[in-house]
Design a protein around this ligand. Sequence first.
Ligand code: GAP
Length: 501
Amino acid sequence: MELLSFAKKAGFVTISGEIYGGLKGFWDYLPRGVALKNALKSAWWDFFVREREDMYGMDGAVITHPKVWVASGHVENFTDPIVICKRCHKQFRADHLLEEVKGIKTENLTMEDIERLLKDVRCPACKKGELEAPQRFNLMFRTFVGPKEEKEAEAFLRPETAQNIFVNFKLIAEIMRAKLPFGMAQIGKAFRNEISPRNFLFRSREFEQAEIEYFIHPDQKNKCPYVKEIDWEGKVAVYTAEAQINMQEPEIMSWKELSKIVKDEWHLYWLYKAYSFFLYVGLESKNLRLRQHVPEELSHYSEDTWDIEFNYSFGWRELMGVANRGSYDLEQHMKYSGKDLRLFDDNLKQKIMPYVIEPSFGLDRLVMAILEQGYSLRDNKIVLKLKPFLAPVKIAVFPLVKKDGLDKKAFDIYKHLKKRFKDVFYDDKGSIGKRYARMDEIGTPYCITVDYESMEGQGVTIRWRDTAEQIRVKEERLLDILGSLINEEKSWENIVKVTGS
Ligand code: GAP
């Protein structure tokens, strides 16, 4: 089944405004989807903010002062190439069109290259029309602040959350008495008027980012105290800019070997940390790779960028980016606002301008990667393999049949578990097989069943989604066992061994 129809049928995501035909590039999260996304946000916030001592959280406005976007360079540079058919006037994103029609990689093409290569291409919609020369199209959504729709009232919906952080950098550093190095983190919506939104959640016009701007003393470039966390012998798939330019394949290498290519220690550390987060939320290393941007592809602010790519059903694509933004943003805001955004260095007795490494996550792309990877079939039925702590429903409780007191006992157990685990669901409708199947489809890891043996004090069964295997446990041990399974302190195999089932 196509992911989009599965996501809708199973209650994760649907197109926004569906009863009116849907609005392209906008998505509504349904009950299971919002639970999954909230679990991811909370895992991200814990991993990158609450568990660290060097990270400050914030939550900025979606619409901010328009000068922010002039200073950041977005008004001038935040563009994609667009081509319009001279005959039917349909619009296409020029680089994507080239990829589709000619099957070529476009990351390192200039506008002139794109124009030349599109010369002999006809409009894919009407099949006849010639295409106009490509132009640059600014992706920021415009709006007006206040009742008058005039130039002075014009403002933009933020195309990235990052700028809220830069403009609050000095304030937060002072209030929090933060000492370099430190980071600021934010989760929030971003908006881009994409020319051709596509591939479900992958390229939409409204999406959610989880971004970190990590500020480092310019003298500390290669003094990252956290590199000791890196598993130097661990292997990772890497696609360097050089390999792409020479049309070579990506290589599997150790983090030690990668450290010779990513020169900046902090950049390497944040790549490692971001990669570790993906493993933590269940993405498999065989579906992940690091890809360095080729020079033509670098954003206007970036000195070096590495994407972490996921092997989506439509190919390897950017899941997130880790950019070295240098001191570009702070310098621009200092210039445009006239405010001194430097920090005073007590040792050097002078002001310094930090440089920035930016790990920028797209949460919707992560939701999509998790759904794509987790989707599997057993006996032709869907089983969604999610990490237990991410599952919208963590435990389901069923009576084998709805009579002879089994239902009452099951409901009592349900209420007891609900208090502790919250995401618990009771179901007594339909055959037990159908109830298991409904839970497998939405990724519920554990199903508890009360049967006739339970009524004789023999305990209840726990069923594990991934194998459909069941064990019988004493009721008084349920809280403990389920707690350690959901927190992943113990694996299913561990529990099977201990209970001897
Ligand atoms: N502050 C840096 C920045 O915004 P980006 O590579 O343009 O960099 C960061 O975006 C992340 O946001 C991407 O890696 C991706 O996960 C997500 N993202 C960007 N555009 C998106 C879109 N149109 N739809 C969904 N996610 C998107």
